[in-house]
Design a protein around this ligand. Structure first.
Ligand SMILES: [Zn+2]
Length: 208
């Protein structure tokens, strides 16, 4: 049985995240996410992000731990593991500059799926503020790209307006459509429809 090499409890702490040259931000946005699965597996991810708005360098560092109670039945390998990665915020959406369309802002949403990363984000949250949203209630809805079964991008965009609490899973978009001719048109539709839904809810909960 081998032993692990001696670790000095002071010296072996090493830098996790470092800003890019010329970065104007001092600190980091540090965010964490946890997930539990019915298989009994759990995942924890911690991200240190330097957002681009305000002169940040747009770097992101992630530490990811996955805990699984079992082994792969074929290879016998443990499924648990840990991984460290780094890159630019364009890969995750969060931390990129929000884009203004008329009176609303689009915030690229994580996750950008691996196979689409060269095409940019798959969807954007729509807000009335340039501040990145932290709750569904901060947003008017979503604009999303549409793909064919073979993953090719469609020429049209989708929009989702308003939120309602799902029966089983978190928050769902109250209304969606998939026939909008451009991302700008989708953002405008989300803005308008979310306002109509909010006005209808304020008038007594009926939507037309
Ligand atoms: Zn930075």
């Amino acid at each position: 049985m081998s032993t692990l090499p001696y670790k000095d409890p002071y010296m072996d702490w090493t830098p996790f995240a470092q800003h890019g040259t010329g970065c104007k931000r001092v600190g980091w946005d540090v965010r964490q996410a946890k997930a539990e699965f019915t298989s009994g597996s759990r995942e924890v991810a911690i991200r240190a992000i330097c957002p681009e708005p305000g002169g940040g360098c747009g770097r992101v560092f992630e530490f990811h731990v996955s805990l699984a109670p079992d082994r792969d039945p074929e290879t016998g390998d443990v499924r648990s593991g840990e991984a460290w990665s780094s890159g630019g915020v364009d890969k995750i959406g969060y931390g990129t500059k929000p884009q203004r369309i008329g009176d609303v802002w689009l915030h690229a949403g994580p996750p950008v799926v691996e196979w689409a990363s060269e095409d940019g984000p798959e969807w954007w949250y729509v807000t009335r503020s340039a501040e990145p949203p932290t709750r569904h209630e901060d947003t008017l809805g979503k604009v999303f790209r549409l793909r064919r079964a073979g993953r090719q991008l469609k020429g049209r965009f989708g929009g989702g307006a308003g939120w309602e609490r799902g029966k089983y899973y978190g928050m769902n978009l109250a209304e969606t459509r998939e026939d909008l001719p451009s991302r700008t048109a989708a953002a405008r539709w989300v803005e308008q429809r979310a306002a109509e839904l909010a006005a209808a809810a304020a008038a007594g909960g009926e939507t037309s």
